[in-house]
Design a protein. Structure first.
Length: 276
């Protein structure tokens, strides 16, 4: 498991492209027959992916967690962005189609991932945060995730937002998780943008067409930076940073948050005219 540490706004403002990428970009998330994780010191979230093709993948613990099993003191949200798959928690099997979500609470020692068809394997995006209380394992299909259409053609941000883990959905200790699908012809996400100083956020971009890219904006509103992001890559967004993106095509992205406030709408908006 790779470890990423905190960076201050002042330090980040002086970073070049390679330094920004090594600190905030998460690559190689989806690798066949592996689980890959990055541990961020921002609210101690763990970002990763599991792609079971030829075998079942077991969620194991890591030395840096100092835990007898991965979810001993943690919770995890899982969203499938690939083919049909199965997640086994204890003795119970949960079936996940594309864009279905499974929440697994603290205290579940045995978790494994499997694809229904290795020619169209499942791709499980994983986001974990520390947990102080046990909440029930819960599956939510995308149809039940309160899909909401937002945006306009004029502002190139027509999109459908799906909310899974939040105060009015699947309950958790601190994890908030959902996804956004941009419609054809729309390319902007989270603009006008915002920050939320009470929690960090992770963005995972998926279904980005081949040879297309996302220009992800980050940094303080008066000192913005950008990262060029490819399909199946994620961004670690500090609490003090904006998070927004513009693609060379439409795409999807999973957003996930952890920190002090569990309320989905807790954000501090930034006026477009104040961006620098």
């Amino acid at each position: 498991m790779q470890i990423r540490f905190h960076n201050s706004p002042a330090e980040t403002s002086r970073m070049n492209a390679d330094e920004l990428r090594s600190n905030f970009l998460v690559q190689n998330i989806m690798v066949n027959d592996e689980i890959n994780f990055v541990y961020s010191h921002y609210d101690r979230v763990i970002i990763g992916g599991a792609v079971p093709v030829n075998k079942t993948i077991v969620l194991k613990t890591y030395d840096c967690l100092k835990a007898t099993y991965f979810l001993e003191r943690r919770e995890i949200g899982v969203i499938n962005v690939g083919g049909d798959g199965e997640i086994k928690v204890g003795d119970k099997v949960y079936n996940l189609r594309k864009l279905d979500c499974l929440y697994i609470g603290k205290g579940n020692a045995k978790v494994s991932f499997k694809s229904k068809n290795k020619k169209e394997p499942a791709k499980f995006y994983l986001l974990s945060a520390p947990a102080h209380k046990e909440y029930a394992v819960k599956l939510m299909p995308r149809e039940k995730a309160a899909p909401t259409d937002l945006g306009t053609v004029v502002t190139a941000n027509q999109r459908t937002v799906y909310k899974y883990i939040h105060a009015d959905g699947i309950r958790s200790c601190q994890l908030v998780m959902g996804l956004t699908i941009l419609k054809e012809g729309s390319v902007w996400n989270t603009m006008p943008t915002h920050i939320h100083d009470r929690r960090m956020e992770a963005y995972y971009y998926f279904d980005v067409p081949e040879n297309q890219k996302i220009i992800h904006l980050m940094g303080q509103p008066n000192e913005t930076k950008h990262l060029v992001v490819s399909n199946d890559e994620a961004i670690i967004s500090p609490p003090w940073s904006i998070h927004s993106g513009c693609g060379t095509s439409n795409y999807g992205f999973i957003w996930g948050m952890a920190g002090e406030n569990f309320i989905y709408t807790d954000m501090d908006p930034v006026n477009i005219n104040d961006l620098r």
